[in-house]
Design a protein around this ligand. Structure first.
Ligand SMILES: [Zn+2]
Length: 252
């Protein structure tokens, strides 16, 4: 991308009163976390793996749960570190240029990068915690993973014996209404909306730029592949996020 485009987006960021950001899998691929739905995605290459993320199968089939716990202890998600793109968004916040960050990612890397937890909305939940599907207990995921490593193939809730799962939103599971509502409010009040590393194909996240535009916000799409919002965006950036985001934020 040329310097004029960088400067243009930086100027919008400087002049905006309320900036809302939506991030998706694309911001974490440079941290080594696989995209689930992309051309080389985990689910694209192995559709059976999608079962472990589908609530109905998870709740009804112990074999699916045992597989899910094995996936969790072998997953790179818990070892991944934030990359330059995550850090650029922290810098943007410190410069006063970021009001709300909505993420579709469950990897917790915005928190790990040092983003203020109160401005981050993880609409698909997160992997840092385990939750009980019966009594609502929540606790640090690493404690439950220790039980799996110690030999419990499908650890049950210690309070009620219920089924434990990561505190992510599985397929077939409802989003947290309050998180969704906060995200929609932030989009509606934004005067600049950045969609970063997301295909904008999955609703309700994809409704957020729609809400922002309807309320008069500028839209900037930063994504390696085309999105349905490219034709209505004020700027579209295809460059690698770990390079382009720090470059833009440096100009703010
Ligand atoms: Zn319980």
């Amino acid at each position: 991308m040329n310097d004029d485009d960088l400067e243009k987006i930086a100027t919008w960021l400087r002049n905006a009163d309320r900036v809302a950001v939506l991030t998706g899998a694309g911001i974490s691929t440079e941290s080594g976390i696989p995209d689930f739905r992309g051309p080389n995605g985990v689910w694209t290459k192995n559709p059976a793996a999608e079962k472990t993320a589908t609530l109905q199968y998870y709740m009804s089939d112990p074999a699916v749960r045992r597989q899910a716990w094995q996936n969790r202890i072998n997953s790179g998600v818990f070892d991944a570190a934030p990359n330059a793109a995550h850090r650029a968004l922290v810098d943007l916040e410190h410069k006063g240029g970021l009001h709300t960050l909505v993420t579709q990612n469950i990897d917790g890397l915005h928190h790990a990068a040092g983003q203020s937890p109160e401005i981050v909305i993880e609409i698909h939940g997160n992997v840092r915690e385990a939750k009980c599907m019966a009594c609502g207990w929540r606790g640090p995921m690493h404690e439950t993973l220790e039980r799996v490593r110690a030999g419990e193939e499908d650890p049950a809730c210690r309070l009620c014996g219920g089924i434990l799962k990561s505190a992510t939103i599985s397929f077939g599971e409802n989003l947290v209404e309050a998180d969704l509502h906060r995200s929609q409010l932030a989009a509606g009040r934004a005067d600049l909306f950045l969609a970063i590393g997301t295909s904008l194909a999955v609703y309700p996240a994809a409704a957020l730029p729609e809400i922002a535009i309807r309320n008069g916000a500028r839209l900037v799409v930063l994504n390696a592949e085309e999105t349905p919002f490219d034709p209505v965006a004020d700027a579209v950036v295809r460059d690698q996020l770990g390079e382009v985001l720090p470059a833009v934020v440096a100009l703010v």
